[in-house]
Write a new protein. Structure first.
Ligand code: SF4
Length: 285
């Protein structure tokens, strides 16, 4: 059994601001890794750039901090090279819904077997408070001193339209609930997407812990069933109250399942003696 202490990374000091919503996302992720009994040497956490992108530094599994917006692209490469690895991707709203939005759409429709957690604080935190794709309309930020004029992205609706097979939303103020969602995402075979309300206590004074505590309710405490895509769309657009929990889940073959090259063993375990790399190098160099 994997123990929580095995995941402790002693060589890096956590640099998030006191009170940041990222602390409980980190704790929820660690708890989910333990609950799912994922062995650290078979687990890779991939991130983009941003405050939340530092998570791979703070967990003792394999980790890869990629380029801004490219976490899913790097994670896809890792998954295809060795599809036996458990791949978990983390990143913020600017990283995933702005710079990396294209990767989000295509990873969703391809249905890679991986878990994607977005720390959605509705602002660019690391670069000190500019509007992000999920900042609310009229919100005043450093980059929008007269208020945001664009319509925010709806990540749940986007994932539904793009074809993700597990779609959920959590709140970093409810660690146990969030950890349970991450566990469900890890166990799901296919692309599991979890948007997380993560208050940035420094730059976003609208979407605070108190704001979400008042507005959130749990889908599983209603008669909602996460098996109807049209009903999930309807839930995705609720704004008076904000649903958290699993919006939608379906089973569909993964991208890896459909690749004949992976049917016998992971690519990294396949022999390369019969491949003439020299010829390829000469062709392209
Ligand atoms: Fe967290 Fe915001 Fe501080 Fe970044 S700037 S560490 S998101 S509170």
């Amino acid at each position: 059994m994997v123990e929580l202490s095995q995941l402790h990374e002693p060589t890096h000091t956590i640099t998030w601001c006191p009170g940041c919503g990222n602390f409980s996302i980190l704790a929820a992720l660690k708890k989910a890794i333990v609950d799912c009994n994922l062995e650290p040497h078979n687990t890779v956490i991939v991130s983009g750039i941003g405050c939340g992108g530092k998570i791979p530094h703070f967990i003792k599994t394999y980790g890869f901090e990629s380029l801004h917006g490219r976490a899913l692209a790097a994670a896809s490469g890792i998954k295809l090279a060795n599809h036996k690895l458990e791949v978990i991707v983390v990143g913020g709203d600017g990283d995933g819904y702005g710079i990396g939005a294209n990767h989000f759409i295509h990873a969703s429709r391809r249905n890679y077997d991986m878990t994607y957690i977005v720390q959605n604080n509705q602002i660019y935190g690391l670069t000190t408070g500019q509007a992000s794709p999920t900042s609310e309309k009229s919100m005043k930020t450093k980059s929008t001193p007269f208020g945001v004029i664009e319509q925010p992205i709806n990540p749940i609706a986007l994932a539904l339209a793009a074809g993700a097979t597990f779609i959920a939303r959590g709140f970093s103020g409810d660690l146990t609930h969030l950890s349970n969602l991450i566990s469900q995402g890890i166990k799901h075979k296919g692309f599991a997407f979890i948007d997380v309300f993560q208050p940035c206590v420094i730059w976003n004074h609208i979407n605070t812990f108190e704001y979400f505590r008042k507005k959130c309710y749990k889908l599983e405490q209603t008669d909602y069933k996460p098996n109807d895509k049209f009903e999930a769309f309807r839930k995705a657009f609720e704004t008076d109250k904000l649903p958290i929990g699993v919006f939608y889940q379906e089973q569909r073959p993964t991208y890896e399942d459909e690749l004949p090259q992976l049917s016998t063993s992971p690519l990294v375990k396949q022999p390369i003696d019969n491949i003439d790399i020299q010829k390829t190098l000469e062709k392209y160099l």
